[in-house]
Ligand binder design. Structure first.
Ligand code: PHE
Length: 346
């Protein structure tokens, strides 16, 4: 019986097969259990001989079952280890990374385009005093333009009212002052601006880029050429058409609002071409003009000798037009899916 059982244990190739052998030998009605039961009916002499033999059989079978089971488990573990190799040289999964924001992207594009035209980048503070934001730009205290700007004023006592700058135009004054009144100025000034206003196309914080040229003999022709060259480079199209509409800004005289022509492509307005006809039209993109004498003087230049032009333009709006976004508020939600949708994935 022992030889038979050990043979069966040896042949059992799965945990289930081993269990079956165990039940057949050591279970309630198993063969070894049956032998153990016969001990009760034996004479003491017989039992002295048979007892150790039968108990020995049970121990041998139990040990063989244990060994076989452990052996099978070892084989299974080896197989799993062999199958589950981990290649430490594989590149790791790259977690989603941040990416450049459309506004930053457009600021970079502007800096690059204007660098080619000889413009440096200038900056100024976002918390500005009343003089730089208004007075020096020919907007005196009683001027209605102050009300038009929906200005955020800072609380508390200050030497003069402090505001969150309502436009980048104060950088015109700072750039002229920095240049010292005796050399040409060619700068753009991109940055944050603030007005108390909020809907699909206005956010209380928004971005503008200012442009300023001060030199001798500057005319409206220089302004128009510069804007045309800039917009063609920015929208990457040669068929950009411009319309300068007479307008009013306190700090420029004459002043012009600049429209660019658009055409309709797949139901969407696309900058380039038309301006009128074929369902196209004009879209306002910036304000501009010849720098007012008073402003040139406030910047420390002699307006009898120096002239200039200036323009101011919403950067968020430029980004919307170039990349086809339609709700300005989404710019500041920080939703990576929105960036990805417009092609700004890393
Ligand atoms: N500062 C003006 C605005 O915010 C834009 C502008 C700048 C117009 C420079 C003319 C010249 O609307």
């Amino acid at each position: 019986l022992q030889t038979d059982l050990l043979g069966q244990i040896d042949a059992a190739a799965t945990p289930e097969a081993i269990e079956a052998v165990r039940v057949a030998a050591l279970g309630k009605s198993g063969s070894v259990t049956g032998l153990l039961k016969t001990l009760g009916g034996m004479s003491p002499e017989e039992r002295q001989v048979e007892g150790p033999r039968i108990h020995g059989l049970r121990e041998t079978v139990t040990a063989a079952l244990g060994d076989r089971k452990a052996g099978l488990e070892r084989v299974a573990l080896d197989a799993r280890l062999a199958g589950e190799t981990l290649d430490m040289t594989l590149p790791a999964d790259v977690p989603p990374a941040g990416t450049i924001h459309p506004v930053s992207q457009v600021m970079d594009e502007l800096a690059e385009i204007f660098a080619d035209l000889g413009f440096a980048v200038a900056t100024g503070p976002e918390i500005e005093n009343d003089w730089y934001n208004f007075t020096a730009l020919n907007i005196p205290e009683t001027h209605p333009a102050r009300a038009m700007h929906d200005t955020f004023y800072l609380a508390g006592e200050h030497e003069q009212p402090m505001v969150l700058r309502t436009h980048t135009s104060p950088v015109q004054i700072r750039a002229m002052q920095a240049a010292g009144g005796n050399q040409p100025v060619r700068i753009i000034a991109p940055g944050r601006t603030y007005r108390s206003d909020s809907d699909a196309t206005h956010t209380p914080m928004f971005h503008q880029v200012e442009g300023l040229v001060i030199d001798k003999g500057i005319t409206l022709g220089h302004l128009k050429w510069t804007l045309e060259t800039f917009l063609k480079a920015f929208f990457e199209r040669d068929d950009i058409v411009l319309r300068l509409r007479p307008s009013y800004f306190p700090f420029t005289e004459p002043s012009a609002e600049v429209d660019v022509g658009y055409t309709i492509v797949n139901g969407k307005r696309v900058i380039g071409g038309s301006g009128g006809g074929n369902g196209g039209g004009w879209m306002e993109v910036l304000g501009s003009g010849m720098v007012h004498r008073t402003v040139i003087a406030a910047g420390g230049y002699d307006p009898d000798q120096w002239q200039g032009f200036a323009f101011g333009c919403g950067i968020d709006r430029l980004a919307m037009l170039k990349y086809g976004m339609d709700d300005l508020r989404a710019f500041f939600d920080g939703d990576a899916r929105w960036l990805k949708h417009y092609g700004f994935s890393a």
